[in-house]
Design a protein. Structure first.
Lengths: 250, 223
């Protein structure tokens, strides 16, 4: 057979494309459920580790049930019903203007303390970066932070996902003394203030990306959190009053 | 008649004859894909900041090159000459996507390390180079050995470069803080951030080439 005939060349190319396409789509569709499960569990792992709960991927689902008390979605400073927080695609939400975004908020309960976990997503040098920041019950002090990235340079920008960088965040504050949102600054050295962390040498663009991401994503929550706090204190004080009354009547 | 005899002889050749062993040992030194043929340099610069990604990359290239060489070799008589490069590209791309999909499902952590470099494997000139230069003209077994040999040749350079860059740049090996444990920092030593940047990879490769050529004089070109 003459393998250099035009007709043969076309036939060969056609058959090859169909065969390869079939193999690849078969592999992709049959492996998809397992891949999705991995991604989901990793997300749970990330959320949990922002409040200091480190679990293996297999135990992630159980522990997630155990610690996460509430999942909320915030839209334009209001609570939004009918949307599952866990399924909100941050990448899509960030393309919308700030007022229309659905912002997921996870409320965790660990050892009697309440934590507010805020998901973040932004741009690094080569691709998206994302993370979770857990705020303590005062909605100001950071309890923990975790970052991850798609494609930052290993040893440089990729260092944002290492403890060296992430361990700087606990006990930093996002509000100034007047209660205004000031976010966290990623500094070039000399990060000593309570709103500052040290950036990564050689990873400036990624470091700035982290700073922008924190600022951009956290903004959506501040008003809601303040209202939430006010409501809860009101509810809390009224319930204390009730108990006082109850004690009195006894 | 003589041709037929020769063919028979070739078929009877032992699996690990001297010639076949050379297919593996030659790319390690005399015709190393990186230091002698200067192929695949871009990936050698990009992923040698740390040892672990370099190792994962080496293993992936080993798989893609080994399997790809065999597939191309099996198809060598039916591939139309004019579209052979495209055919090679499709084979590499398909293999790489398969590897990526399987890793994502069963070895998620490894796949996260690898994801960035998948594209680099497809464009790795060593793979296309071996398909074109060897697999299209030789049988599957020989092509398989050739693939292994070249992947090993690639791997050891990658790991050597990554070893020096991670050790001198971050003071760690596979993430283990070697210098800290040895107390090197107490003597006033500071990690060299420059080692983490691409230029130092090039210089490290250059030093390896220099050492290799001074030891192996037949590699030195005559002017």
């Amino acid at each position: 057979m003459d393998v250099n005939k035009n007709s043969y060349t076309f036939a060969f190319a056609g058959i090859m494309v169909v065969v390869v396409a079939a193999i690849l789509s078969f592999a992709a569709t049959s492996l998809k459920p397992m891949q999705d499960e991995n991604v989901k569990r990793e997300k749970m792992q990330n959320i949990l580790s922002s409040i200091g709960v480190e679990v293996s991927r297999d135990e992630a689902a159980d522990n997630y049930q155990k610690y996460i008390a509430q999942e909320l979605v915030i839209n334009n400073n209001e609570l939004k019903e009918g949307v599952v927080a866990f399924d909100v695609d941050m990448a899509k939400e960030l393309k919308k203007p700030a007022e229309e975004r659905n912002a997921p908020l996870y409320i965790a309960d660990k050892d009697g303390e309440t934590y507010f976990i805020l998901p973040l997503r932004g741009k690094g040098l080569w691709g998206p970066i994302w993370g979770y920041i857990a705020l303590k019950g005062d909605m100001n002090t950071i309890a923990g932070a975790i970052f991850d990235h798609k494609a930052e340079t290993p040893g440089l920008g990729a260092e944002i996902s290492t403890p060296i960088f992430m361990d700087q965040f606990p006990d930093k504050k996002i509000l100034d003394e007047q209660g205004n949102f000031v976010s966290i600054q990623v500094m070039k050295g000399n990060a000593e203030g309570e709103h500052e962390v040290d950036g990564i040498s050689g990873g400036t663009i990624t470091s700035v990306g982290v700073q922008d991401m924190i600022d951009d994503c956290m903004k959506s929550y501040i008003t809601f959190l303040k209202n939430y706090e006010a409501q809860n204190t009101a509810a809390h004080s009224s319930s204390t009053q009730n108990t006082n009354l109850a004690t009195l009547s006894e | 008649m003589a041709e037929v005899l020769e063919k028979k002889k070739e078929k009877k050749e032992a699996l690990f004859s001297k010639k076949n062993r050379l297919l593996i040992s030659d790319p390690l030194n005399d015709s190393n894909p990186i230091t002698v043929q200067v192929l695949g340099i871009c990936s050698a610069l990009a992923i040698t900041v740390k040892l672990y990604p370099a190792l994962v990359m080496s293993i992936s290239v080993l798989f893609v090159l080994g399997a790809g060489n065999v597939i191309i070799s099996l198809m060598r008589n039916i591939i139309p000459n004019r579209i052979r490069i495209i055919v090679q590209l499709v084979v590499v791309a398909a293999l790489v996507i398969l590897v990526d999909q399987v890793l994502k499902a069963f070895a998620y952590d490894v796949s996260k390390e690898l994801s960035v470099f998948v594209g680099l494997i497809i464009t790795n000139c060593i793979i296309m180079g071996r398909f074109e230069a060897f697999a299209l003209a030789n049988g599957p077994w020989k092509s398989f050995l050739d693939g292994l040999g070249n992947a090993f040749g690639y791997a050891w350079i990658l790991l050597a470069v990554a070893f020096f860059r991670e050790l001198l740049g971050s003071g760690t090996l596979f993430g283990y803080p070697v210098f800290e444990k040895l107390g090197v920092y107490n003597t006033g030593y500071v990690n060299n951030g420059f080692m983490l940047l691409p230029p130092m990879a090039l210089i490290t490769v250059g030093i390896i080439i220099w050492v290799q050529r001074s030891r192996n004089t037949k590699l030195i070109e005559e002017n």
